[in-house]
Each structure stands twice: as C-alpha cells, then as structure tokens.
Write a protein that binds this ligand. Structure first.
Ligand code: PDD
Length: 285
C-alpha cells in the first residue's frame, strides 16, 4: 500500500507529493509544525498539540491555511488513508508561496502539508531502555518556544550526538544551564531526589509530553520543580530522562559518557514511563 500525503487541498502519493520551489518554508524556514502520536488508532494529547500550533501560528502571524476544524478532519483522513493504528502524524504550515522577499507577502497564502507514518505499537520494555546524551553549546535562536521548522541548530547537534554513539544532545547555555534536547525536553532527578525540568520560557519548546508528565506526576502525588539546572547538577543527578512525542519518557544513563546515578534505569523514570503509558492507554480506551 503506498503512503498518502495531504498537500494544499489534495491527497497525493507520498513519493511524488511536492510543494513549490518558492514556498517560504523552503526558502526561509518560515513555518511551523506539530508531531502527534497515534496510539491504537487514537491521537494522543490532540488538544494540547492544537493549542500549541495555534500559539506558534499567532506568534509568527501565519494565517490558518484551513480552519482548525477542517485541519482535524484532514489529519484523521490522512491517518485513515494510510491505515495507521500506531505511529505519528506530522503537519506543517508555512507562510506559503511568494516571490522571494524577506518581508511578509501582502496576502495570506499559507500552505499545509500533512503526512503520517507507521511505528511499532508502544512497547513498555522497548521504551524503558536507557540511552546516552552528549552536551553541546546552545547555538539556536531566542524563540525556542515556537515550534518552527527552523531546526538547523537542532539537526547539527543531533548529528553530533549520533556520531558520538548517543541518542540525544542537550543544549547548554553560556551560564552552564541546560535548555533542552534537539527534539526532546530534559529532566533530572537531582542528587536530593527532586524531579526537575527547565521552566517554560522562550528558552525551550514547551513539550506536550512534558506537560502530560507533569499532569500524571500531579495525579500520583509526585512533586516536581520547574527550574534551570546545570550540566554539573545533571552529572551529579540520581536519574535523568528525556521526553517527547516519539520518545515518551526515555531514561538517560550517561551524560558525555559519565554514568548518571548507578548507570541503570532509575525508579522514578520507570514509574513516569509506566504512568505515561497509562495516560496514552486512557485516551485510546
Ligand atoms: N520534537 N523540544 C524540542 C526542540 C522538540 O523538537 C520537541 C519535539 C520537544 C518535545 O515536545 P513534545 O513533547 O511536544 O513532542 C522538545 C518532535 C517530536 C520532532 O521534532 O519530531
């Protein structure tokens, strides 16, 4: 079965689907995106992703290409046409096609692409495997709160991580504090046992998984603190993990090759992953 993509009003074969060479997403990375998990046929945390998409569009003054309700219908249709029960849906909205000029075009002409991809079903044992991260200087722009397709800094750092045999790179500001990963948020369980993640500001993308972890933590009476933490503090931590739509809660066992805690998956990380699994299950019940 060939994959189907939605491109500006048409359902097309994924292999040949294309946008115009003067799309501002292509020329200026002038666009935003969302990635939503599909678990047992259900979209996970759809409302949160739509709220963040609205915010990203508003911050960049990009008009909705179709109404939010129509986008919802298109997303579900792409999932249906690709017969996906477990996987992800990707949507990208750019400012659209216009003669190349840095200033915004006078008329709204937003472009919409929606694709979907099959993943193996959520498997707790597979998800509960630990990974390594490296740290790397924060080289990105100052509006990391917007989920823009401008991801070159993220790509460079991810490639560095892969070449180092690691899963993720954590960005570090000049003051030594970690912001987030290249495609995930960063968490630690400090030496004192506090669950900590960076506070939401323009320094990080406010992950929907991050917010759901906070929700399930609250529901289970697990306290957490939203504050900056340094590489030194992370290296002294008992546990560490990353969170994202595609990684869920992913235990981190090494930072720059140094073991975190005793170098095994920590109890709180394992617990939060299990709670997150339940959170997904509840939405697909
Ligand atoms: N990335 N920080 C960055 C820079 C990200 O790119 C992502 C997600 C996150 C976590 O956000 P969420 O929990 O909403 O997935 C944090 C997606 C998965 C991606 O680019 O593929």
């Amino acid at each position: 079965m060939s994959r189907i993509a939605y491109v500006n009003g048409q359902y097309e074969h994924h292999l040949t689907a294309a946008v115009h060479i003067e799309d501002r997403g292509y020329q200026f990375s002038d666009g935003v995106y969302e990635v939503i998990a599909i678990h047992r046929g259900k979209l996970i945390d759809m409302a949160g992703h739509m709220t963040r998409l609205t915010r990203s569009l508003d911050e960049l003054e990009i008009a909705w290409p179709v109404s939010p309700r129509a986008l919802d219908v298109i997303i579900r249709e792409v999932i249906r046409r690709n017969r996906i029960r477990d996987g992800i849906v990707y949507m990208q909205i750019t400012r659209g096609v216009a003669p190349r000029n840095h200033a915004f075009p006078p008329h709204h002409n937003s472009a919409l692409v929606v694709t979907a991809k099959r993943f193996p079903p959520f498997d707790f044992d597979a998800a509960n495997k630990g990974v390594g991260v490296i740290t790397t200087p924060e080289i990105r722009w100052q509006r990391r709160d917007i989920k823009t397709v401008s991801l070159l800094g993220n790509c460079l750092a991810k490639e560095q991580a892969i070449r180092a045999g690691c899963y993720e790179a954590w960005f570090v500001e000049d003051d030594g504090n970690i912001t987030e990963g290249t495609s995930s948020n960063a968490w630690i369980v400090s030496a004192d046992g506090d669950l900590v993640t960076r506070d939401a500001s323009n320094a990080i993308l406010n992950g929907i998984t991050r917010l759901s972890i906070m929700k399930v933590a609250r529901e289970h009476g697990i306290e957490f603190t939203e504050r900056a933490f340094s590489v030194d503090e992370a290296k002294m931590a008992r546990e560490a993990f990353v969170s994202s739509t595609t990684s869920f809660v992913k235990p981190v066992l090494t930072i720059d090759g140094d073991p975190v805690g005793d170098g095994t998956v920590g109890p709180l990380s394992a617990k939060l992953l299990a709670f997150f699994g339940e959170h997904m299950k509840a939405q697909s019940a």
